[in-house]
Design a protein around this ligand. Structure first.
Ligand SMILES: Nc1nc2c(c(=O)[nH]1)N[C@H]1C(S)=C(S)[C@@H](COP(=O)(O)OP(=O)(O)OC[C@H]3O[C@@H](n4cnc5c(=O)[nH]c(N)nc54)[C@H](O)[C@@H]3O)O[C@H]1N2
Ligand SMILES: Nc1nc2c(c(=O)[nH]1)N[C@H]1C(S)=C(S)[C@@H](COP(=O)(O)OP(=O)(O)OC[C@H]3O[C@@H](n4cnc5c(=O)[nH]c(N)nc54)[C@H](O)[C@@H]3O)O[C@H]1N2
Ligand code: SF4
Ligand SMILES: [Mo]
Length: 877
């Protein structure tokens, strides 16, 4: 597979979402690369979304950590790893194996993950290894295990195309799994399949959907209980399939008892959905974080699997429950046993036979007898000093964990913290005693497993910079330094993969689903050439679907339906906290933005953090467009820009999860999310905090552009890449007397030529700085949120821009407006103008006129929404 059309092209996999798109990389010989979608990869057949298309803009070495650091000082690997090994060894000797922990990531490759799990569970002898997948997939894992006996995704991506009805539950697929969404849209065009979205917000995924059910947060169990009752009432139960299922009567009785539980939906809306679901045999119910990240997340998963089991709609083409995985290797992490309550290869820690089998295979001195600490409990133990040595790999918990300020304080207070990252510029890495430089996506080898169980190779295309090393290599080295020389004597990822595949054969023999023993004998060159392969790969079974034959993995071979009742989110609304705060993702940013924020194109879509609020709520609170809003509760607080939109239900707010201490310190949204979890899965309820909201009156507001990176020091700030420079939003609660001095410090331009405009009465100050005839920076200050043409100004640094200080383009140069199509940098105003003047009537026509939407297609739903808004407005006029 490595040989593609040109010898310097390399096939690999996109490092972002769980769709797992294949990419073809072409190094430019100067440390950069260009890429395109792999037309032969079964996840994407050549497609890429905006984030995948912009990968080339994120691989520069800017901001990378290139040598190990101890207490902020660069050192060599021997010193750093001897310190790590000895501190872990000494801590274990003094306080026992459960006094140490690893917190890892669904973005690790299978090989990295396997070594981390083997080291902690088999050799250190603790199960205190958990992963950010606890914040992501844990409820699905628990729900699958309760229903099927194992954590098995029954279906495949082809099912999404063969379905006649797709239901998205708590999934903004258009933004979070854009290539799958594009595949569904293409199939809809062909087959006329219907799309239903169940989400409290009207998201981009709703544009073009037949039905949007704006469910009350947490209403999903009641809704799917209602569906189960309707399935029974309307005679849609598959009685033959029920021979393979336990628990139907109890599940139905519980569902019927719940008929009046609140969903926020009208009876008519629900009945229309029930009729559509029941009346369409080929239905795939896709679910994601609106389901998982809930204190009843596991129940939500089972409320969905109940309906599919009752109707026998599972494991056949075009139908089934389908959990889409978040991170590129969220699925692989579940397979290697990255979670604190699992062993490798879908074997169970609680099962003595499984434990003995794994311990024997590893020839391990020990194996924990039960589950270790799950993420939230792990950081609580860190905070309480029970965990004394912690190694954080490939994740940024000081930002992404609930109660993030407390987690940040816990990490800061821990005796010994090791962080492996590609950059030291993260909220977490800044707290490390030892910072280890990891090689990044385009530099490392291994495998990942995507949402439909397809294992794909990630291949190195760029040289490893500085002293960076692959995560598996660092982990194995520490294992050897701790004394387990032969168990961690790995020389390559191929070797690790073979061991892992061989262990899965034991799991298969013990009756587990995950068996890739057919790959245990791959030679190095077979591994190098491995084509995307869906598991299982064993003598008995190759790829395909599970469960159509009615064989499940519980003792006795039956599936289980669960008796469920709806529970409200844990945080209660009250007069002090009248708003429910929902959180999630934006189209063009990835998590804590350490990579995507390096791309100016991706940063243009939503350059500033915000909170979405319904117009009625905004009016009641006196919040206008662009005002700053403070959210507060007992856990923490945040300041965010208001975005007023009827896409929110009244009483509910939405804020993105992406901003950090590095990019917008008052917008760390997990500072507001309390550390409450699902009792079964331990997954935090990240989408249902309760908060107060109030307008913030700042003394001044500012907007800045700069050719150089800037480090603001004021009460509110956020920075983003723009053009070849940066843009920043600023605000302060106290007056600043000398704006020139302030600006020269902010922009680090003590000697630059300055133009200025001041209107003391109106509190207006504008300063523009030129060096050698080119604009280096400009600052616009006002008493109200600054009204300048930001998207135009953002491209000026580095150009002559003699009139930048006016804050608007010359008359002959229109303002493009906020970028909507990031591939071709096409702004909203440009699109609206073309719709009006050229009479464009479809997304395709917009594409032909402006190119917008013609590359990755991620913005097509937003283009459709813009068209619709325009036509409705004009129809009304
Ligand atoms: N662009 C982008 N894509 C990504 C990522 C990224 O960072 N950026 N991250 C990846 C990862 S790791 C993950 S896990 C996935 C997540 O993918 P998604 O789960 O699709 O993303 P989210 O935005 O977290 O949440 C989905 C939706 O759940 C809704 N929701 C909130 N509460 C409820 C509820 O009670 N019921 C229902 N039915 N819905 C509710 C929210 O309004 C939101 O629109 O995305 C992956 N893809
Ligand atoms: N409020 C709220 N909070 C959430 C969520 C939500 O919806 N709402 N979603 C949750 C979910 S589903 C997830 S998955 C998490 C994600 O949250 P995190 O995992 O904390 O976020 P990332 O930014 O992906 O962190 C990855 C880190 O790994 C580093 N890195 C990149 N490549 C490599 C490499 O090859 N090796 C190493 N060692 N490091 C590397 C990056 O620089 C970055 O610091 O957030 C969770 N938190
Ligand atoms: S959908 Fe986009 S982010 Fe996800 S794997 Fe494909 S290209 Fe990457
Ligand atoms: Mo995730």
């Amino acid at each position: 597979m490595k040989d593609v059309s040109s010898p310097c092209e390399i096939r690999s996999t996109c490092p972002y979402c769980g769709v797992g798109c294949g990419v073809i990389l072409r190094p430019d010989g100067m440390g950069g690369l260009t890429l395109r979608g792999d037309p032969d990869h079964p996840a994407n057949y050549g497609r890429l979304c905006s984030k995948g298309s912009a990968l080339g803009e994120t691989v520069s070495l800017e901001g990378r950590v290139l040598a190990p650091q101890v207490n902020g000082q660069e050192t060599d690997w021997d010193s750093a790893l001897d310190l790590v090994a000895s501190r872990f060894r000494d801590t274990i000797a003094a306080h026992g194996p459960d006094s140490v922990a690893f917190y890892v990531s669904g973005q690790l490759l299978n090989e990295d993950y396997y070594v981390a799990n083997k080291l902690m569970k088999g050799f250190i002898g603790s199960a205190n290894i958990d992963t950010n997948s606890r914040l992501c997939m844990a409820s699905t894992v628990a729900g699958h295990k309760r229903a099927f006996g194992t954590d098995t995704v029954p279906g495949t991506y082809e099912d999404l195309e063969e379905a006649d009805l797709i239901v998205l539950v708590g999934s903004n697929l258009a933004w979070c799994h854009p290539v799958l969404y594009q595949r569904i849209l293409a199939a809809r065009k062909e087959r006329g399949a219907k799309l239903v979205v169940i989400d409290p917000r009207r998201t981009s995924s709703c544009d073009g959907a037949e039905m949007h059910l704006a469910i009350a947060p947490g209403g999903d169990v009641a809704l799917f209980n209602g569906l189960l009752a309707a399935i029974a009432r309307q005679g849609a139960v598959d009685h033959d399939f029920l021979a393979h299922v336990e628990g139907f009567d109890a599940a139905l009785a519980a569902a019927e008892a719940q008929r009046l539980a609140p969903t926020g939906l009208s009876q008519d809306e629900m009945q229309a959905f029930f009729d559509l679901w029941i009346g369409t045999e080929k239905v795939v119910t896709i679910f994601s974080q609106g389901v998982n990240q809930s204190s009843s997340g596991t129940d939500k998963v089972n409320a969905i699997t109940n309906c599919h089991l009752a109707t026998g709609r599972i494991g056949k083409p075009g139908l089934g429950p389908f959990s889409v995985t978040g991170q590129p290797n969220a699925m692989g992490g579940r397979e290697v046993g990255g979670l604190a309550n699992m062993l490798a290869c879908h074997l169970d820690l609680e099962n003595a036979t499984h434990r003995t089998a794994v311990q024997g295979f590893w020839d391990a001195p020990t194996i924990p007898q039960g589950a270790g600490l799950k993420a939230v409990d792990m950081f609580r133990a860190v905070g309480e000093g029970r965990i004394k040595a912690l190694w954080i790999i490939h994740t940024n918990p000081a930002v992404s964990m609930p109660d993030a300020d407390a987690v940040r304080a816990a990490i800061a207070g821990c005796d010994f913290v090791v962080v492996s990252d590609i950059t030291g510029e993260t909220d977490t890495a800044r707290l490390a005693d030892v910072l280890l430089p990891a090689s990044a996506w385009a530099e490392k080898e291994g495998t990942v497993t995507n949402s439909d169980r397809t294992i794909s190779r990630q291949r190195a295309a760029l040289p490893v910079p500085g002293q960076a090393r692959a995560d598996w290599d660092i982990l194995a080295d520490v294992g050897r330094r701790m004394g387990w020389t032969s168990a961690f004597d790995f020389q390559s990822t191929a070797e690790i993969f073979r061991e892992y595949a061989a262990l899965s054969g034991i799991a298969g023999a013990l009756g587990r689903d995950f068996d890739i023993s057919g790959l245990a004998d791959l030679s190095d060159s077979d591994y190098e050439a491995l084509a995307p392969t869906r598991w299982p790969v064993s003598a008995g079974k190759q790829g395909g679907r599970f469960f159509a034959d009615g064989k499940f993995f519980h003792d006795g071979g039956k599936a289980k339906m669960l008796a469920l009742s709806q529970r409200a989110p844990v945080s209660a609304l009250d007069t002090e906290h009248p708003f429910r705060l929902n959180t999630g993702r934006l189209r063009d940013q990835w998590h804590t933005m350490t990579r995507t924020a390096r791309s100016p194109r991706l940063s243009a879509h939503r350059p500033e953090p915000f909170v979405e609020i319904h117009p009625e709520d905004a009016a009641r609170l006196g919040i206008g467009a662009s005002d700053l809003v403070r959210l507060k509760n007992a856990t923490g607080s945040a300041i965010l820009r208001a975005r007023i939109t009827s896409a929110q239900r009244p009483g509910e707010l939405f804020a993105p999860m992406h901003w950090t201490g590095e990019t917008g310190p008052t917008a760390r949204i997990d500072a507001l999310v309390p550390a409450v979890t699902d009792p079964v899965s331990g997954q935090p309820e990240s989408k249902a905090a309760t908060v107060s909201a109030a307008k913030v009156e700042a003394a001044w507001y500012g907007f800045a552009i700069s050719a150089r990176a800037l480090a603001p020091r004021c009460d509110y700030w956020t920075v983003a890449r723009a053009g070849s420079g940066w843009r920043a939003e600023l605000a302060g609660f106290s007056e600043i007397a000398d704006w020139e001095a302030e600006a020269r410090r902010l922009f680090d331009c003590p000697g630059a030529e300055m133009q200025s405009v001041t209107d003391v009465a109106r509190g207006l100050t504008r300063l523009a700085f030129h060096e050698d005839g080119r604009l280096v920076a400009a600052l616009f200050i006002a008493r109200e949120p600054v009204a300048v043409m930001r998207d135009y100004l953002a491209h000026l640094p580095g150009t002559e821009a003699p009139e930048a200080i006016s804050g608007r383009p010359p008359a002959d140069q229109p303002d493009p407006g906020p970028v909507l199509c990031s591939c071709f940098s096409v702004g909203v105003n440009t699109i609206l103008d073309a719709i009006e003047t050229q009479g464009l009537r479809s997304v395709d026509e917009i594409g032909r006129a402006l190119q917008a939407g013609t590359n990755c297609g991620s913005c097509k739903p937003e283009l459709a929404a813009l068209l619709e808004r325009f036509t409705t407005r004009h129809a009304a006029e």
